[in-house]
Design a protein around this ligand. Sequence first.
Ligand code: ATP
Ligand code: PRP
Length: 211
Amino acid sequence: MSDNVTIAISKGRIFTEALPLLAGLNIRPEQDPDVTRKLILTTNQPDVKLIVVRATDVPTYVEYGAADMGIAGKDVLMEYTGNGVYEPLDLQIARCKMVLAAPKNSKEINGRLRVATKYVITTRNYFADQGRQVEIIKLYGSMELAPVLGLADQIVDLMDTGNTLRANGLVPIATIAEISSRIIVNKASMKMKHELIKPMLKKLAAVVNKT
Ligand code: ATP
Ligand code: PRP
């Protein structure tokens, strides 16, 4: 199998923004993940296939070698507790910030802060670095609702335009991390398939620097 490369990718924003970069490597998917029900997409390159998975599952597929490479947001990688993948390249796509946000005009919280987020590990580390104990409430989406409904005092979520925060009466109060998507590579694949993977990474780096 050392003559094939599989790349795990999530549909939506990352897929859309990765397409021009892949085109720079002359890799063009032959199916549209928004149309087909297939989860393994062929490309114009017979030795390159794309595996369509949930954004949060990309590191798992890559760590276990079910995919050789993957494209994952830094937010997802910061939360990932697996045994490790290589992260050789920042693709500078799907850029946003991970922020702490609070209701506009909210007062300082006395006592233990309650923070709702899907980024539990990153949030815990952020507050631990400040020597602050907080109660973290795990949610899987629509975090912006939590302060509005009194479920939490503040949230940790991604912000790009700020429209979602604004629409729900929230404002960012601190930036926790700058987020973009990275190429990740399975450690064994990097060794066994280096003749295929190394030139791809080199070319991708050149394409990223040009855009
Ligand atoms: P899952 O399907 O696993 O729940 P998701 O719904 O978060 O994932 P997307 O919304 O497609 O999946 O986000 C994929 C990645 O894109 C995120 O991990 C993050 O790195 C980045 N991202 C998310 N929201 C934005 C945004 N508003 N602007 C720019 N990049 C973003
Ligand atoms: C992401 C994120 C925020 C929003 C921020 O959600 O979870 O809610 O984008 O972007 P903005 O600052 O430009 O409004 P997304 O649109 O991906 O929806 P999802 O949470 O359902 O994935």
